[in-house]
Ligand binder design. Structure first.
Ligand code: FES
Length: 156
């Protein structure tokens, strides 16, 4: 059976097709441009190498941030002087956390999540503890690595 008329004109059909193609091209180009401008966006390294002098002397009961790829890392000196490095990203929905020295806990303001000073989730919606990193000191370098990742610096 042949229809006498169509609900979509040839012009409307071609305009929709061309418009869709143009939108897909623009979205692909924008994504490629963002990846070029922010190459580490969303990527996490296995380790980072920092300057030891910038971190080991921070006061007790304080944190100092570092870049963990495109995410937040926190170098933490506890009250007893022990140090710890952890990912400063909440395990609930990946908001950045802050350290609250008054209560000696890490806090996520997004949904009121709390972690103790060892990174254990103790209150609110976070389902698991914070990710703790290994710390190694080699010469004047502070190497912070994912658990189990062995880092060997080239010999000078
Ligand atoms: S993202 Fe941290 S509590 Fe929800």
């Amino acid at each position: 059976m042949k229809l006498d008329y169509s609900l979509v004109t040839r012009r409307a059909f071609l305009n929709t097709l061309f418009g869709g193609w143009l939108a897909a091209l623009a979205a692909g180009s924008a994504y490629a441009l963002l990846r070029f401008i922010f190459p580490t966006l969303g990527k996490e390294p296995d380790f980072v190498i920092l300057n030891k002098g910038d971190f080991l002397d921070i006061p007790v009961n304080s944190v100092k941030p570092f870049a963990w790829g495109g995410k937040l890392g926190l170098f933490f000196r506890k009250d007893d002087g022990a140090t710890q490095a952890l990912k400063g990203v909440c395990t609930h929905m990946e908001c950045n956390i802050t350290y609250r020295p008054d209560v000696k806990k890490f806090y996520c303001a997004c949904h009121k999540g709390w972690f103790d000073e060892n990174g254990k989730n103790i209150e609110g919606p976070p389902p698991k503890p914070l990710e703790i990193f290994d710390i190694t000191i080699e010469g004047d370098k502070l190497i912070i690595a994912k658990k189990g990742v062995k880092v060997e610096l080239p010999k000078a």
